[in-house]
Design a protein around this ligand. Structure first.
Ligand code: SF4
Ligand code: SF4
Length: 133
């Protein structure tokens, strides 16, 4: 009986379309909810490092001194934690997948271009605001 079951499964499998795709030759299937890859808007990133702290895979590295935000695409498990935690919402989960890459090509370094706006200067001679106890 087991032989016939196995033969039946084998025949059905041969006759059906394969369950896998020949990616990247055939594009991956995606929907509006697909988690493809994380991208950052460097003009809005304030280098707070929250995404780096929350990333369970250790895929993100934020260097405040060098003004860089980097991600290791081969470590990222597309969990969306970084996108959820970013206080300025400058991270996006794109539906497009990362292209095929080798190990040394996985790290993507982005230069942060955010410039902190200057505080408006107080007019000369204006009294200091008193705080109530
Ligand atoms: S999606 Fe998840 S694993 Fe990928 S960088 Fe963000 S927190 Fe890390
Ligand atoms: S991407 Fe968002 S969470 Fe990460 S360092 Fe920049 S501002 Fe902070």
């Amino acid at each position: 009986m087991a032989f016939f079951e196995m033969a039946k499964t084998a025949i059905i499998t041969v006759l059906k379309r394969p369950a896998t795709r020949r990616y990247p030759a055939v594009a991956a299937k995606k929907t509006a909810l697909s988690r493809g890859k994380v991208t950052v808007d460097p003009s809005r990133c304030i280098s707070c490092g929250m995404c780096m702290k929350k990333c369970p895979a250790g895929a993100i590295c934020v260097r405040k001194d060098e003004k860089t935000w980097s991600i290791d695409r081969l470590k990222c498990v597309v969990c969306n934690c970084c996108v959820d935690v970013c206080p300025v919402h400058c991270l996006t989960m794109e539906t497009d997948y990362s292209p095929c890459m080798r190990q040394h090509q996985g790290i993507e370094v982005i230069t942060i271009t955010y410039v902190k706006p200057e505080r408006p200067k107080k007019p000369v001679g204006e009294p200091e605001e008193k705080t109530q106890a």
